[in-house]
Design a protein around this ligand. Structure first.
Ligand code: PSU
Ligand code: MN
Length: 349
């Protein structure tokens, strides 16, 4: 069943016949070769029901410094493989949306971090960058959670592991700066595993927004009883209770499976708190984040430039400590994501 659905989808990409009605995007109506390419390994893995894990690239183009971003990209792919999955790093290379970048392509994309020459690509930017690619402008782009979810769904990938989710920004009730990640989770059936969102965002409003969007939000408790905090990226505690709690990967996969069988077409967010040994003490992080947010305000970094600026300042103000914690938590999230994908593949078998 799964294989035949995927085969139909692949056939559609080649433009052989009209695809079934979909509410999201038109990329699939065009020949796969023009501005969408899914690697053979990923296509084969999806078609044969192997556990595939999507990985985003804004984290390399706008999140991590060069050349650590290249080491991180390689590490994350090997974490997926070591845990029995197939990695699918997703990004835009020369105006072509790519699902399953090769090692060389990933280096090319990650190398743009130095010059900041790649575009940060969320839902609104996909048509723009791919269209300009068709028109002869070969721009590179790092896909955000939102952009990566759209391309994951298109390729038939259900599980996606990353660092941190975008959210409602502080003061968002006035600026209306609400990450497109949240609305994407409301409309695209992909499960995102991250360490929650950084506390430069307004976490209570972020959770409210996700509820309105119909997004199931659960935090891994690993045997802890009772309520659990929704994590704040560098710290396990945020002071804000997670709407739902899940104990392990088998429970997470069962939820993904059940939701896929129900007429609920939204995404899921599973939060995986930073490993204890790498969590940064909350008061220390709070101070750094306050200062980073203040500077972004003073220097006028708004819109899609806000998150990268604040992330950069946090890095600077924490003396690189944030980068170490960041790497550890992404690695742990990707491992979780792979285990969820492995459990899900068993359920779908
Ligand atoms: N939060 C992080 N690290 C990141 C991002 C968010 O801690 O790298 C990236 C992700 O790609 C996320 C995007 O999807 O930033 C959200 O950006 P914005 O706030 O502009 O929606
Ligand atoms: Mn924003």
């Amino acid at each position: 069943m799964l294989a035949s659905r995927t085969a139909t989808r692949l056939w559609c990409w080649r433009g052989a016949r009209l695809p079934r009605a979909r509410h999201l995007h038109d990329l699939h109506k065009h020949p796969q070769s023009r501005f969408l390419q899914v690697s053979e390994e990923v296509r084969d893995a999806v078609a044969t029901g192997k556990p595939v894990v999507a990985l985003e690239t804004t984290i390399y183009t706008h999140g991590f410094p060069y050349p650590e971003n290249i080491a991180l990209a390689q590490l994350l792919e090997s974490v997926v493989r070591d845990n029995g999955g197939v990695p699918a790093t997703i990004g835009i290379l020369g105006g072509v949306a790519r699902v399953g970048l090769t090692a060389e392509e990933m280096i090319e994309l990650a190398s743009t971090a130095e010059q900041k020459s790649a575009l940060k690509v969320s839902r609104r930017d996909l048509g723009y960058i791919c269209g300009l690619g068709l028109a002869g402008k070969k721009i590179h782009g790092g896909t955000t959670i939102s952009g990566t979810m759209i391309l994951s769904e298109l390729a038939g990938i259900k599980i996606f592991g990353t660092g941190g989710l975008g959210g409602v920004h502080r003061g968002g009730e006035n600026s209306m700066d609400i990450s497109a990640d949240l609305t994407e989770l409301g409309r695209t059936p992909v499960t995102v595993i991250s360490s929650g969102c950084k506390s430069f965002l307004d976490i209570p409003r972020t959770l409210e927004y996700l509820e309105t969007e119909g997004v199931c939000v659960g935090t891994f408790a690993d045997g802890r009883e009772g309520s659990v905090d929704f994590p704040a990226f560098f710290t396990r505690d945020s002071g804000i209770r997670s709407p739902r709690v899940i104990q392990d990967e088998a429970e997470a996969a069962a939820i993904v499976y059940a939701q896929s069988q129900l007429p609920v077409h939204s995404g899921i967010h599973f939060a995986n708190p930073v490993p204890r040994e790498h969590s940064v003490p909350k008061p220390e992080m709070d101070r750094i984040i306050e200062e980073a947010v203040r500077l972004a305000d003073v220097e006028g970094y708004k819109g899609s430039d806000n998150t990268p600026f604040v992330l950069g300042k946090i890095k600077e103000l924490s003396g690189g400590k944030s980068v170490i914690a960041n790497r550890a938590l992404v690695e742990s999230n990707v491992k979780r994501a792979t285990r969820v994908a492995v459990e899900l593949a068993k359920l779908e078998d």
